[in-house]
Design a protein around this ligand. Structure first.
Ligand code: PLP
Length: 383
């Protein structure tokens, strides 16, 4: 593979693999520490928490290849990746522009935890570049967005984010969890640091928690240095599972995004559905921005019924999707954000973000599309 440009599906299968003892698949290295040999510095010592065991390195190489990045670092969760990456760039006194409506864990980190370290932020409308300059301060160091936001599926003006960051000398961060490299590769596009909850589409099987930081070698090395001391390294068994899950990313997402489009169309025409959010629908306010930069419209969608009660009835009546938080797995998942992912938020704050009680979010899995469509139609008739 080395030095050759290969397609994403090929890299997902082969990049970084180490045929140790002839094993076709990189095995589980269930060892915390490794023979010291003639290690001359602490940096040469191989130890799981130092993120340099053979399996962590192999997985990092695959993740870098699929992101089109110089380097990548797998970590213990999406939040470990996000917090480590932010702290590797920001210092006390720094300020960040952040897309309004980012994932709740990130929003809380920025609103409650980082201010204690002297790091502040301003929320901006990521689809309105004209408004960003007025939010800048002399100490603004970075801009942070998500490729597609949760749960309303808003798409930022991504070319404008890259341009703005370059013109203003800001470090650009993007959480690419909802798209995955199958839909968007932010590093070749111009972003400095890409973050993932690998718990979701990258792994794809809802059986582990992991995160990824990808970018230039210099930036990822800075994040690795901090990660080594913050301590959120990825366990060998989770490395193995993530590597295995990655191999089918393009296959899973081809099915999932096709089915998502079919479900979005069914919902858009249904009399009991007030509004559908799916960037693949031509009528969606994000459609043009998504079409311009993404390779697919993704496997996430959201829709609004008449009331919170109707949404709860829908969740109780579907029989194929599982009613649970998280997303990106082979099984379809449905949630009512106001009563799950955004339960901790005051109702007025939720309303200000456009997250009503009647909203249902769907992560579309790989089940038979006809089963899902029939199940949605049946559940809607009964709400
Ligand atoms: N980013 C996004 C967009 C998410 O949806 C999530 C989790 O739901 C995270 C980050 C956090 O990931 P993790 O739960 O793996 O820490």
């Amino acid at each position: 593979m080395d030095g050759e440009e290969r397609g994403l599906a090929t890299m997902l299968v082969h990049a970084g693999e180490r045929p140790i003892e002839g094993a076709v698949v990189t095995p589980i290295f269930q060892s915390a520490t490794y023979l010291q040999g003639d290690a001359a510095t602490y940096g040469d010592v191989v130890y799981l928490r130092l993120n340099n065991s053979p399996q962590q390195v192999a997985l990092g190489a695959k993740l870098a290849a699929i992101e089109g990045a110089e380097a990548a670092l797998p970590l213990a969760s999406g939040m470990a990746a996000i917090s480590t990456a932010l702290l590797s760039v920001l210092s006390a006194g720094d300020h960040v522009l952040v897309q309004r409506n980012v994932y709740g864990g990130t929003a809380t980190l920025l609103a409650q935890d980082l201010p204690r370290l002297g790091i502040t932020h301003t929320a901006v409308d990521a689809a309105a570049p004209d408004t960003w300059a007025e939010a800048l301060r002399p100490n603004t160091r970075a801009i942070y967005v998500e490729s597609v936001s949760n749960p309303l599926l808003d798409v930022p003006d991504l070319p404008a984010v890259v341009r703005f960051a370059r013109e203003r000398g800001l470090v650009s961060f993007i959480d690419n969890t909802f798209q995955s490299p199958a839909g968007f590769r932010p590093v070749p596009f111009g972003f400095d640091l890409v973050l993932h909850s690998a718990t979701k589409f990258l792994n794809g099987h809802s059986d582990l928690v992991a995160g990824v930081i990808a970018g230039s070698r210099e930036r990822v090395d800075a994040a690795r240095h901090l990660a080594n001391h913050l301590g959120g390294s990825l366990d060998p068994h989770a490395c193995f599972l993530l590597d295995r899950g990655l191999k089918t990313l393009t296959l899973r997402l081809a099915r999932q995004t096709d089915t998502a489009m079919r479900i979005a169309m069914l919902l858009a025409e249904h009399p009991k559905v007030r509004r559908v959010r799916y960037p693949g629908l031509p009528a969606d306010p994000n459609h043009e921005r998504a079409r311009a930069v993404f390779d697919h419209f993704g496997a996430m969608l959201a829709f609004e019924l008449d009331s919170g009660e109707a949404a709860a009835r829908f969740l109780a009546r579907v029989t194929v999707p599982v009613h649970a938080v998280s997303l990106g797995g082979v099984e379809s998942l449905v949630v009512q954000p106001a009563r799950s992912t955004h339960l901790g938020m005051a109702p007025e704050a939720r309303a200000a973000l456009g997250i009503s009680d009647a909203l249902v979010r769907v992560s579309v899995g790989v089940e038979d599309p006809d089963d899902l469509l029939a199940d949605f139609a049946r559940a809607l008739e009964a709400v």
